[in-house]
Ligand binder design. Structure first.
Ligand SMILES: Cc1cc2nc3c(=O)[nH]c(=O)nc-3n(C[C@H](O)[C@H](O)[C@H](O)COP(=O)(O)OP(=O)(O)OC[C@H]3O[C@@H](n4cnc5c(N)ncnc54)[C@H](O)[C@@H]3O)c2cc1C
Length: 431
């Protein structure tokens, strides 16, 4: 099987890369072993919320030079401020074209409300998530925070208490939905995704409205756990219409409906554009010819190799086995690629629990064009994208999704440019 490009890993980085490649007319296959970080994420996407020294970032694009001073090996520093700005804007457009309704801009962060009712800075949030602009109070009037009886992954009282502390007027209540009784019999099944499968059925809408409406009659706005609208926003919009007041969804404990929907929308866009997704498959070995990759082997395809002119490694970090840690060793398991600075075992972690943990920045080292290296030699046709990269801490710097989107698009653009150059050369030779 031969493609223009093969992407290893179908998380946010791999998918956005595949979307850009197929949008540009290239053939692309994505091999993806399993779930990705989006399934566990808030559904909001961070670009940059803090510098490594803890300085809060309100306007991400204007702080990229300061970031470079403090973190020269951060992927944004390698790519360069101008390119990052261009790619962050391209990410916004590409997500929108995939049908995602997101609010926010790379020019300025906003606050989203977390599942505990706190304010957290971010770049892009689903339209359905409650957000507020920086330095502006949230003006929603009286908020009803509705929990679902038996659903333990969302505690309305905690949210309401925190909103009250911030000076908002919020009241918690629980709705009993008889249609969920069957789920309630088994608490381990009572998760956001399973709840959504019931709430999303059009025939259940009347009962949902009947139970919730009296509870929120005196409220100006309603907050609910993100348990509705798995495949599309339609059921949530319908409920909002029938309640007759703004309805907002708060992310729950994983599995995260908002993250899964984001993943599904991107996957659909990739497939719509002719991309080949190989879900549940895993790249097991990589075949080199000199300093280039010729093909990869996968678990499900046995002896049939996937050949391509370019390859992208987007296998994620420790969370998804894109990196592996043994007691005194960290390595990239597919090709044993060169890693960034690892340092002494004793310095992998910081005793202060909430401080930046050094191991979070471990990952694959690249050249200035995000190409991987082995024994110091650049692999000419291998780009690295997303969480598997070294040099950044997605948690304390609030840049996880941003790095995946920006580097995934960077890799795709480099590949598209290579093809354009090849074509121009062939045209010249033919003349
Ligand atoms: C639990 C969690 C929550 C997060 N929440 C947020 C958030 O709310 N907002 C935010 O901005 N950022 C968040 N992040 C940061 C996150 O890292 C990025 O947002 C981003 O989703 C990472 O995408 P990725 O594609 O680089 O890697 P991943 O999402 O990890 O995807 C890698 C994929 O590669 C596959 N894979 C691995 N090895 C192979 C192989 N050999 N062959 C084929 N496939 C393979 C994996 O199965 C996986 O599907 C979160 C991270 C984690 C871990």
């Amino acid at each position: 099987m031969k493609y223009d490009a093969v992407v290893m890993g179908g998380g946010l980085a791999g998918l956005i890369c595949g979307i850009r490649l197929t949008q540009s007319g290239l053939s692309c296959a994505i091999v993806s072993a399993g779930q990705n970080a989006l399934h566990f994420s808030s559904g909001s996407l961070d670009l940059l919320t803090h510098l490594p020294d803890g300085t809060q970032v309100e306007q991400p694009l204007s702080m990229l030079e300061a970031l470079k001073q403090q973190a020269p090996s951060h992927p944004y520093s390698l790519i360069g401020a101008e390119k990052v700005a261009e790619l962050a804007k391209l990410a916004q457009t590409t997500l929108q074209q995939a049908g995602l309704h997101l609010k926010g801009s790379c020019e300025e962060n906003h606050y989203r409300i977390t599942p505990l009712g706190h304010k957290r800075m971010t770049w892009l949030s689903p339209e359905s998530v409650p957000t507020t602009a920086l330095h502006q109070p949230m003006e929603l009037g009286k908020i009803a925070v509705v929990g679902i009886e038996g659903f333990l992954d969302f505690q309305p009282q905690m949210v309401a208490d925190e909103l009250d502390r911030q000076g908002l007027e919020a009241e918690a209540c629980y709705v009993h939905l008889p249609l969920l009784d069957r789920l309630r019999e088994n608490p381990s099944e009572f998760r956001a995704i399973n709840v959504a499968r019931w709430l999303d059925r059009p025939e259940n809408m009347a009962q949902i409205v009947e139970e919730i409406a009296p509870l929120v009659a005196n409220a100006d706005a309603v907050f609910m756990p993100a348990c509705i609208g798995l495949d599309s926003e339609e059921p949530m919009l319908e409920l909002q219409k029938r309640l007759g007041k703004p309805l907002f969804l708060l992310p729950t404990l994983p599995p995260s409906l908002l993250g899964i929907r984001l993943h599904e929308m991107l996957l659909r866009q990739f497939r719509r554009q002719g991309g080949i997704m190989m879900p549940g498959d895993k790249v097991t070995s990589v075949n080199f010819v000199g300093s280039r990759i010729e093909s990869v082997q996968t678990r499900n395809h046995g002896n049939i190799s996937l050949k391509a002119k370019h390859f992208v490694l987007a296998t994620g970090s420790f969370f998804n086995n894109g990196l592996v840690a043994k007691f005194d060793q960290v390595y990239e398991p597919l090709m044993n690629l060169d890693l960034g600075e690892i340092g002494d075992r004793a310095k992998w972690t910081n005793k202060e629990f909430f401080a930046s943990q050094p191991y979070m920045a471990f990952g694959v080292q690249t050249d200035g064009n995000l190409r991987g290296k082995k024994h110091g030699e650049t692999i000419e046709n291998l780009y690295i994208a997303g969480a598997v990269l070294s040099g950044f801490d997605p948690l304390t710097q609030g840049c996880g999704a941003g790095v995946s989107l920006v580097t995934g698009l960077y890799a795709a653009n480099e590949i598209v440019n290579e093809f354009a150059k090849d074509q121009a050369m062939q045209a010249e030779v033919a003349q």
